[in-house]
Design a protein around this ligand. Structure first.
Ligand SMILES: [Zn+2]
Length: 126
């Protein structure tokens, strides 16, 4: 597959890859973030076991429903996805880094700081 064709097809994967590139979150940090996510099947509220826990473990703050972990957030599945990125997407990242204006944003910071940098990178005033 030509890099450009692959790029059109999987832009979202490229963004994921950029996020966990050398300057971004470590592999362990990404695994922690993704596998710690919990979700309310009733109201769709999202939580995280360490960075955004509900008041009562496993229970939605808003409606008391039992929180669940989505299948695609489970650690083994996340690890497999990351392995696929290494094989299929890393070459794409190298391709775009050589040819385009890629902004690297450090994701190991508070959400607002990352968001501010994202806005600046696409030219939205703070
Ligand atoms: Zn809920």
């Amino acid at each position: 597959m030509e890099p450009l064709d692959a790029g059109r097809e999987s832009r979202r994967h490229l963004l994921h890859e950029l996020r966990r590139s050398r300057e971004g979150p470590t592999r362990e940090e990404l695994l922690r973030r993704l596998s710690g996510r919990r979700w309310c099947p009733r109201c769709q509220a999202t939580y995280h076991v360490t960075s955004r826990p509900p008041k009562q473990e496993g229970v939605c703050d808003l409606d008391g429903a039992t929180l669940v972990q989505r299948d695609d957030d489970k650690e083994a599945i996340v690890a497999e996805r990351l392995r696929e990125y290494d094989e299929r997407i890393a070459p794409l990242v190298a391709y775009y880094r050589e040819r385009t204006d890629v902004h690297i944003i450090d994701g190991n910071r508070p959400m607002q700081a990352v968001f501010d940098d994202l806005k600046a990178a696409v030219g939205i005033p703070a």
